[in-house]
Design a protein around this ligand. Structure first.
Ligand code: CO
Length: 220
């Protein structure tokens, strides 16, 4: 038996099912991809992008990293973003954070996590920026989940300020940046009301979202 035989078996069954449901599925897909959406999410195995929103192969362009971070110096993310927007002409970029994010939890702890500590520094900055509002939340789980939301909002803000998105909006090309949260416990997405189509909207929504703390104690 070859290593990981069960995965090859799964793969064969999947390919057969797809072909049965839609003959020539793979042959047509092999010619070109034409996804409508770019998904930027966490690498967490419990947040499988395509499954969550019921999309098949070819329907979603995906970039995932630990804690769905958008860094202006991350060539990997910027390349995926530019390719999706400029070449594949996706009109929707979804940045999806999730509650209970292990990466974010690790960023908060004082333990040494090795190399990943450098990456999580980007999340640590989010915590520092909103520290006062966060420590005011007494319930530990609620505080943690609010940080998960704030991390998504900050990363969304970074995303909207990348040259790729800025250029797109300056040229008045249609592009909406969506900010969502995913709940591991229910399998449901939460629409955060963040559907940004311009620089002005971005600044307005960002301000409204980060000051929400005072009005809404519970993050869920
Ligand atoms: Co995560």
């Amino acid at each position: 038996m070859r290593p990981l035989e069960h995965l090859f078996e799964n793969n064969r069954r999947w390919a057969e099912r797809m072909e049965r449901e839609q003959p020539d599925f793979f042959r047509e897909l092999a010619r070109s991809q034409n996804p409508d959406y770019l998904w930027i999410g966490c690498s967490d195995s419990r947040v499988p992008s395509n499954s969550i929103i019921g999309l098949k192969a070819g329907e979603l362009f995906v970039h995932r990293n630990i804690a769905n971070v958008v860094s202006q110096t991350d060539l990997n993310l910027l390349s995926a973003l530019q390719y999706a927007v400029d070449v594949l002409s996706v009109r929707h970029v979804i940045l999806c954070g999730h509650y209970g994010c292990g990466g974010i939890k690790a960023a908060l702890s004082r333990e040494d996590h090795g190399l990943i500590g450098n990456w999580l520094w980007l999340v640590r900055n989010v915590y520092q920026k909103h520290r006062t509002a966060l420590v005011a939340i007494e319930n530990e789980e609620q505080r943690f989940n609010r940080l998960c939301e704030l991390n998504m909002i900050e990363q969304l803000y970074h995303l909207c300020h990348t040259t790729v998105v800025q250029k797109c909006w300056e040229q008045e090309r249609e592009l909406t940046i969506h900010g969502w949260m995913y709940d591991l416990e229910t399998g449901l997405l939460r629409d955060m009301g963040l559907d940004l189509t311009s620089q002005g909207e971005t600044e307005e929504s960002y301000l409204a979202m980060v000051t929400q703390q005072e009005r809404r104690r519970s993050p869920r």
